[in-house]
Design a protein around this ligand. Structure first.
Ligand code: SF4
Length: 359
């Protein structure tokens, strides 16, 4: 691992980039890339070389909408046990977070994995709903549980999402020019290179799949700079030691057997076509939205949510502003008392900047 943190080599890459005299705006869509960029000071080093790397919607907790959180809270109010990951627990919903709901006496549990949730369901007669979030990285595990466990009292509230449609949405919304994408290593481990190719072909945008060590990111940026200088737009893979071109085909099969894409809202975005994952019809007995359709009907279809006053998470997730441009950052909003999801999750840009960057 440490050879990917070689400071001398990092400085040589930065000097080479400086010599190219570039003025580029890149984007990544991964909380772990943001962590590496801020923790190791790479973003400021790259800025000196004329390259800005903006974070996009790479934190699955952050992009989950208040409506989805509200669905989980309604089900808890109807007597279901709601299980979810720790980061999701504290994200503010329309009226409250799941943590607030638990403090009120509702049965909300934090689990470390979906298999913990299965163990929970095996030990109780109550209906257990797993509030299931994550990108392509975590979806195969959810799909595998659906295929291999058949409990009558278990279902999932799916908030799974796909990354390539969100990347396309950023381009189509067109709020800012993006010269290239650093593609997420974890997601790419599952999906490989092909699902990104349409972006380079259709929009002429270079992409490089990169790992998470400082040199991974810097080499990824250098590869993007070379594509741009050569007038190319293709998908390259810096993270070959982990990501195969075809990805993990077994995981893809499992995911595709259980889930199908549909149009879904993301926090800060309009509905993104084909970006969400829901259970296929043959698994709908495990789909909490189908199973508890009547209970959830009180969440009217015209539901509209406003972000907490002053919170700029939506713009942060579209790469338009940095966390310290939010007037609440570090003053009213801190990891201890988060106002928006980008400060709750350790993959959120506000949380990362608070921990390593400016306060
Ligand atoms: S600092 Fe807090 S209030 Fe501001 S955008 Fe980030 S999460 Fe929202």
């Amino acid at each position: 691992m440490f050879r990917y943190r070689d400071e001398g080599l990092a400085n040589r890459i930065i000097e080479k980039l400086k010599a190219l005299n570039l003025n580029l705006r890149l984007m990544h869509v991964c909380g772990t890339h943001q962590d590496t960029l801020v923790r190791f000071g790479l973003n400021s080093m790259l800025k000196e070389a004329g390259i800005e790397v903006r974070p996009g919607p790479g934190c699955p907790v952050c992009v989950t909408t208040p409506k989805e959180i509200e669905e989980a809270i309604i089900l808890a109010r109807k007597g279901k046990v709601i299980a979810t990951f720790g980061d999701m627990f504290r994200v503010p919903g329309e009226r409250q977070s799941l943590a607030d709901a638990k403090a009120e006496g509702l049965d909300v549990r934090v689990v470390y994995s979906i298999t913990d949730c299965i163990s929970l369901a095996e030990k109780t007669n109550k209906d257990v709903v797993f509030f299931s979030i994550g990108f392509e990285t975590t979806t195969p595990a959810t799909a595998s549980v659906i295929l291999n466990h058949h409990l009558n009292n278990f279902s999932i509230l799916s908030a799974h999402r796909l990354i390539p449609p969100a990347m396309e949405a950023l381009i189509r919304i067109g709020e800012m020019k993006i010269d290239g994408f650093i593609n997420p290593g974890h997601v790419s481990t599952i999906i490989g290179e092909r699902p990104y190719e349409f972006i380079s072909k259709r929009y002429k945008i270079p992409q490089v799949i990169a790992g998470f060590e400082p040199l991974d990111v810097l080499i990824g940026v250098y590869m993007l700079a070379m594509q741009i200088l050569n007038g190319e737009a293709k998908v390259e893979n810096e993270y070959k030691r982990v990501v195969r071109p075809e990805g993990n085909e077994k995981a893809q099969q499992t995911m595709n057997e259980v889930f199908e894409p549909f149009d879904m809202s993301w926090r800060g975005f309009p509905v993104i076509p084909g970006s969400g994952l829901r259970l296929k019809k043959k698994f709908e007995e495990y789909d909490a939205r189908k199973r508890y359709e009547d209970e959830l009907s009180e969440l009217c279809s015209g539901y509209e949510y406003k972000e907490p006053e002053g919170c700029r998470c939506g713009e942060i997730l579209r790469g338009l502003v940095y966390p310290d441009e939010c007037p609440l950052f570090g003053k009213i909003c801190t990891p201890r008392r988060p106002v928006g999801p980008c400060m709750v999750s350790r993959e959120g840009s506000c949380n990362i900047m608070f921990r390593y960057g400016k306060r």
